[in-house]
Design a protein around this ligand. Structure first.
Ligand code: ZN
Length: 140
């Protein structure tokens, strides 16, 4: 999977707000913030619900299925950290729960990627600290 970020690539900066997101991924779970007051799902993690202003939330386990909302294929020139990976795809996934994640699509040729394509999460373990939520094509 040459299109997948590896140990030497950019990493998420430690942040208490999204630490539970990354901890869940290390355990093979995709968890998204859900407001305790109005049940609105939100991603990326934020301290306050944009829908109702509440600060209380839980980390809801989600199914990991969705659709490609948008995508691009990155060609040279690329940032130095990604230069050895071009061409690679970057996708925006809309999960069934309604939130959006930016990721990479694996197990799929670039020419086969399309908007609306059903996808499912796969957990790509980079090392002991970092597991990335990538996506692969799923059955309709
Ligand atoms: Zn809310």
């Amino acid at each position: 999977m040459s299109d997948v970020r590896g140990v030497d690539g950019p990493r998420p900066a430690p942040n208490p707000l999204d630490a539970p997101f990354w901890a869940a991924l290390r355990n093979g779970e995709l968890r998204i913030q859900r407001c305790d007051a109005c049940n609105t799902m939100r991603h990326p993690p934020r301290p306050v619900c944009a829908a109702c202003g509440a600060t209380q939330h839980e980390w809801a386990l989600v199914g990991g299925r969705g659709q490609v909302w948008s995508f691009t294929i990155v060609h040279p020139p690329a940032l130095p950290a990604f230069a050895d990976r071009v061409p690679y795809n970057a996708i925006v996934v809309r999960l069934a729960e309604g939130v959006f994640l930016v990721s990479n699509l694996v197990d799929c040729d670039a020419a086969a990627i399309s908007v609306g394509m059903p996808v499912e999460v796969v957990f790509h373990r980079v090392d002991d600290e970092l597991t990335l939520p990538l996506f692969r094509p799923a059955a309709r």
